[in-house]
Design a binder for this molecule. Structure first.
Ligand code: CBF
Length: 839
């Protein structure tokens, strides 16, 4: 119930809105006043955290000006809006990003310096907002950046987890252990705004009754059960080169029940607060699984809580415009980031039919014109299914609605494909297992107008495999491809200042920051000796920055002139970090055999790994243990003349990626073909002039097409051959590659950590032998080693390497998140930018 101010009072308010000034004196004043007044600290009890907080508050005030302007502009122009529903937003740090977007970094640097601090030190105080697992969550963050930059009226909706993705610690024995990431620590989070006026009730459990509405019609009604409150927190997302500012609205669960005085008086204090805690537990923690669905009840409740609050908010805003329901799809687009928010489909149908009194078909027409669904994976273990009994218990009315959606869909389907029960079974939203399961991906397909994959190959696989039966009914038009993109702001402009300056100076403007295609103009310098020299120097600076980090944090010395070979991403069998470390062992054993003369010919390598395993993923954790064990042996072997180093960077996150990505010579993206939907770190590395060693999978393929096949090292089985090889291996055993055999023997013989440790690796090695080598490590090993040889050889030719590196960056225009977001806006959302001043 917000108050609308009348003209006189409104005029009065507006007169007192004073824009922040960009001069250093004003900035210092802002920082000092936040120190004294917001934080209640003074110059005698300061620390870096306090000054970081004060600086963050000062910057956020500026962002808020843009945020308010943006809301006002959108309110007045009343355009169609898009809502991006995502259970994950892997945002990372905000301060540096905001300083760049507002183009005030230099002024702040100077101000902070005058006040006795270094801005670089302050930036390090900030905790990452790590509300995501990996690619999917980071993609959502990149798209919010692009939408804000392009002035699209787009908001993100998500959950405000109190604990983001866990912090990874590598213990003394080289195993991953997990500690909670309480990112909202005692110092508070200056980048969020609690909206205590924006709260909704969310219902669970209960039963379904029939009720007669005002029009005398009989309607279903969801009664009883529990209620939890959702409270909004807004996170402003700065746009670059615009006064527009985006928003991610995150929901936090609060109890609706007040303190239970009866139990308190009985002396049962614990019970009296239990309800409160129970409700708040709902948004306590992010499930730490990437590409893996575990089917936990609390997760289902999180998903419903999320979509219920978001839809109530979206509908509240829509109703404010006094438009009729039939206009809803012209005013609202909702993108489902994977199946996680799919319950929004039956939820909107429920609201329209049960509460708003629309007829089923009219409601369904609205629903299917509002939603669109992005699929991010074809891995069977990642596809969400919810058990029907669990759904019936937690969401009894939704379960009925899903049955009806399914029934009507199957009836129509059957009209086209008569007498094919098998086919009907295969496309049914309900899987006839015991217990029955709701196939969320099918529900998402049936309830959306458009389904997109995230890279060309992946979108093709969706059509030919995952949803092939649906194409027969809907036709191919419903299924499109939008290749992922990354934001050039964070992943080049901010993370790589040296390259940013060189590119800007060479191209003569900063236009590339918002028009990434401009990078193509670097091509003409690819063979220019003096430009190559500058380019090589930038890379060396970035490698030195990473080498310093490794020395300071891990006490390992690495030579920045060695070839930096990096694989950082979630640890997963399909991503094949196992194959990488096996090849490192092969390299190590070869070096041992080389003469002094031969060693002179060898390119020294630093192999860098990083990434988290899901806490319950045993094999992935073994891979980490193998890498850290090999690192221990190799790094302490003085006999190999520093020709090889192996580094495991613990707790890989967005902030570390900003240091790691610009420092690669080669990065590895070596998933079994057909398993990695897209990958986005591949784009980040190539944008920063790193070459790729990759399989013919995901976005690697399109990167190759854009930068030229001569500028990428590709190898391995093609996706259309994978099934045959698997089939063959299943029935005839795995033909073991001879070099791989040698490596496995070395592990089994205790060369890494002794016999006891070797036995720990037994189950891991078994995945290749008795396990049938599902991910084709043996089948690809020879080609993989050959590709490594080619990398070694080319790295000796500095000029050719530099040329290829320049052509890599120059060819990456297509992979901007701006292009991808525009494609969503044009092909799916039918969304136009709103009008707002440029900076
Ligand atoms: O589309 C973004 C990314 O999503 C995943 O991380 C995912 O499904 N969780 C995929 O595994 C990536 O390939 C993809 O780039």
């Amino acid at each position: 119930h917000h108050v609308q101010l009348q003209s006189e009072a409104l005029k009065e308010w507006k007169q007192h809105i004073e824009p922040k000034k960009n001069d250093i004196e004003s900035i210092k004043k802002d920082i000092v006043s936040h120190t004294l007044e917001t934080l209640c600290r003074n110059p005698y009890n300061l620390d870096k955290m306090a000054v970081y907080q004060a600086t963050a508050h000062a910057v956020r005030d500026r962002l808020l000006e843009d945020w308010n302007l943006t809301q006002e502009a959108i309110h007045q122009q009343n355009p169609k809006r898009c809502y991006y529903l995502s259970m994950e937003f892997l945002i990372g740090r905000a301060l540096d990003n905001a300083l760049h977007c507002l183009e005030v970094k230099d002024a702040y640097k100077q101000s902070v310096k005058d006040l006795g601090f270094s801005l670089e030190d302050l930036l390090e105080q900030e905790r990452d907002a790590a509300l995501g697992n990996g690619g999917l969550g980071r993609l959502a963050a990149c798209y919010m950046d692009a939408a804000a930059t392009l002035d699209y009226p787009t908001w993100g909706y998500g959950l405000r987890y109190q604990y983001g993705i866990f912090k990874q610690i590598i213990n003394n024995e080289g195993y991953q252990t997990e500690v909670p990431d309480y990112w909202l620590n005692a110092d508070g989070n200056p980048w969020e705004f609690p909206r205590s006026d924006i709260k909704y009730e969310v219902q669970f459990y209960g039963y379904v009754a029939t009720k007669v509405n005002e029009k005398g019609e009989s309607r279903m009604s969801w009664e009883g059960g529990d209620k939890v409150q959702a409270m909004a927190y807004d996170v402003p997302i700065p746009g670059y080169d615009t006064k527009g500012c985006g928003n991610i609205r995150l929901w936090s669960a609060k109890s609706l029940k007040t303190f239970d005085f009866a139990s308190f008086n009985d002396g049962d204090y614990d019970r009296s607060v239990a309800d409160q805690k129970n409700a708040e537990n709902l948004t306590s923690v992010l499930y730490p699984n990437d590409n893996h669905n575990v089917g936990k009840e609390l997760r289902l409740k999180q998903e419903y809580f999320f979509v219920s609050a978001s839809l109530q908010d979206i509908i509240y805003r829509f109703k404010h415009t006094n438009a009729a329901w039939k206009e809803f799809p012209d005013k609202v687009a909702v993108q489902l980031n994977d199946t996680h928010p799919t319950l929004a489909i039956p939820e909107l149908q429920r609201i329209l039919v049960d509460i708003e009194g629309l007829e089923w078909d009219d409601a369904w027409d609205i629903v299917t014109r509002v939603f669109a669904f992005t699929n991010h994976t074809v891995l069977p273990e990642a596809l969400e299914c919810w058990s029907v009994p669990m759904m019936e218990k937690i969401l009894p009315r939704h379960m009925q609605i899903v049955y009806d959606i399914n029934l009507f869909f199957l009836q129509k389907f059957e009209k086209v494909f008569q007498n094919d029960r098998g086919l009907l079974n295969r496309v049914s939203i309900i899987e006839e297992s015991n217990p029955q399961q709701v196939r969320m991906a099918y529900l998402a397909v049936v309830g959306s107008h458009t389904v997109n994959g995230v890279a060309a190959l992946h979108s093709e696989l969706i059509k030919t495999e995952l949803f092939s039966e649906f194409i027969k009914y809907y036709g191919p038009e419903k299924f499109i491809n939008i290749t992922n993109g990354i934001t050039p702001r964070r992943w080049l402009y901010q993370a790589n200042p040296a390259l940013r300056e060189l590119i800007t100076e060479t191209l003569g403007s900063k236009k590339w920051v918002t028009h990434l295609d401009e990078l193509k103009n670097l091509k003409k310098y690819a063979e220019d000796k003096s430009f190559q020299k500058k380019w090589i120097d930038v890379k060396l600076q970035n490698k030195t920055r990473l080498a310093d980090w490794i020395k300071t944090h891990l006490d390992i010395s690495v030579d920045p002139h060695a070839l930096f070979d990096i694989q950082v991403k979630r640890i997963h069998e399909y991503k094949r970090q196992f194959m990488n470390i096996l090849s490192v062992i092969y390299r190590y054993k070869n070096i041992q055999l080389l003469s002094a003369e031969e060693r002179k010919e060898l390119t020294p390598r630093v192999v860098i790994f990083g990434g988290k395993s899901a806490p319950g993923y045993y094999i992935a954790k073994m891979v980490i243990k193998l890498i850290t064990t090999v690192a221990q042996v190799v790094n302490n072997d003085d006999s190999i003349d520093n020709l090889l180093k192996v580094v495991y960077i613990p707790d890989y996150n967005v902030s570390l990626a900003e240091i790691i990505v610009p420092a690669s010579d080669i990065s590895q993206h070596i998933s079994t073909a057909g398993t990695e939907a897209s990958g986005t770190s591949n784009m980040k590395f190539v944008l920063n002039g790193g070459l790729i060693l990759g399989t013919v999978d995901g976005a690697n393929i399109e990167i190759r097409d854009e930068i030229g096949e001569e500028n990428i090292f590709m190898f391995g089985t093609l996706s259309d051959k994978v099934a045959d090889i698997r089939h063959h291996q299943k029935y005839h055993g795995v033909p073991m590659d001879p070099n791989l055999q040698v490596v496995l023997h070395a592990i089994q013989a205790g060369e890494f950590g002794g016999f006891e440790t070797a036995s720990v690796f037994g189950p891991l090695i078994n995945t290749l032998t008795y396990g049938g080598d599902y991910y084709l490590i043996s089948a690809d090993f020879e080609q993989y080693l050959d590709a490594h040889d080619k990398v070694d050889a080319l790295f000796k030719d500095k000029t050719t390497w530099a040329k290829k590196s320049i052509l890599c960056t120059a060819g990456m225009g297509f992979f901007s998140a701006d292009r991808a977001t525009r494609e969503y806006a044009d092909k799916i959302w039918n969304l136009k930018p709103f009008t707002i001043e440029k900076k």
